[in-house]
Design a protein around this ligand. Structure first.
Ligand code: ADP
Length: 323
């Protein structure tokens, strides 16, 4: 009889224990379901309502924070906290991306406006009678042509940026770097000569040395850097392109004796549309996108570009390419 009682007590005890465990388990599940449902409510908020989404996520984060502090050994709450924080980061990233995109579109519109208005003005002046005035008609046509070229330059650079941003596949192979650079230097020497600039290529590496890169993209890098050196160096100046080898890298330097870049502008020159002297740059041409394209291409080659400059003395750009 006594044994039956003991067994009964044990059963009751086990049943109570199971009941308590089940109660806590269900309570926890209810909380987790509630939190996940709340996170799911994100999809019911208007896509553009950043504040609303953020408010909801912060509420969830605060609730989970409290719960995970109370239940320090419970990994479920930690995981929900991790999930919530990741969604917050994604949302902040998307917001920043949207702001950057809008800024970029604003800049593009602004850059397009100047040449379009100049072309319109030239054409209107010609149609208004200047076409019959032989002392000015050619000037207005040349002005329209110059601004048309600017538009073409800008649209070419925009196409390049868009290709780079959409992860255009680079076709990398082993290239004789001296050959590639000589080709670019030769093609630009006529432009340099027109400005009485001395453009030289000096190499401290073997001509047979190959680097692993996308030839067209690296040509574009060289064109942009040498073209800038030509644009920002006064007549009679000197531009030296140099290749050296350090460890497993070929270093390419482009130095000029040009106008130089003020120290405070150095960290910004690789930004899109950043120009040290806006009027001067526009006057001598250039979309303001050249260096940002250079940086982007080099990043796709795991390479970094550095710049040193002194106002009135000149500028040196330097980057590496793996051998
Ligand atoms: P841009 O089309 O105006 O040349 P870039 O992106 O190529 O645009 O260059 C950004 C700015 O950096 C230029 O507007 C110019 O002010 C400055 N810069 C670039 N290269 C040189 C250089 N070699 N010497 C002096 N300034 C330079």
């Amino acid at each position: 009889m006594e044994l039956t009682l003991v067994i009964l007590y044990i059963f009751v005890f086990i049943a109570l224990l199971l009941g308590v465990v089940l109660y806590f388990y269900l309570r926890k599940r209810k909380k987790i379901n509630y939190l996940l449902k709340k996170i799911n409510n994100l999809y019911n908020i208007n896509e553009d309502d950043y504040q609303g989404k953020m408010k909801l996520l912060e509420e969830v984060r605060n609730e989970v924070l409290k719960l995970s502090e109370k239940n320090k050994n419970d990994t479920t709450y930690k995981n929900i906290l991790y999930l919530t924080e990741n969604i917050i980061k994604e949302l902040q990233f998307a917001k920043r991306f949207k702001i950057n995109r809008n800024e970029f579109l604003g800049n593009v519109a602004h850059e397009l406006r100047t040449p379009i208005f100049a072309i319109q003005l030239s054409l209107e002046t010609l149609l208004g009678g200047a076409i019959n005035d032989s002392s000015v008609n050619v000037n207005f046509l040349n002005k329209a042509l110059k601004h048309t070229k600017r538009l073409i330059e800008l649209s070419d650079d925009l196409v390049t940026i868009s290709r780079l941003e959409t992860e255009m596949k680079l076709s990398k192979r082993y290239i004789k770097i001296n050959e590639l650079i000589s080709e670019v230097v030769n093609s630009l020497s006529i432009v340099a000569q027109k400005k009485s600039l001395n453009l030289d290529f000096v190499s401290e590496i073997k001509d047979s040395l190959q680097v692993f890169c996308d030839a067209e993209a690296i040509k574009q890098v060289m064109v942009n850097l040498i073209d800038n050196a030509i644009k920002y160096t006064n007549e009679g100046g000197k531009i030296i392109v140099k290749t050296t080898k350090e460890g497993n890298n070929v270093f390419v330097t482009i130095s000029d004796t040009g106008v130089g870049i003020p120290e405070e502008s150095l960290p910004r020159i690789f930004e899109r549309f950043y120009r040290v002297d806006k009027d001067r740059s526009r006057e001598i041409g250039g979309s303001g996108l050249g260096l940002s394209i250079v940086k982007h291409i080099l990043e796709l080659h795991d390479s970094k570009i550095s710049v040193e400059s002194k106002l009135g003395e000149g500028t040196t750009f330097r980057f590496n390419l793996p051998v």
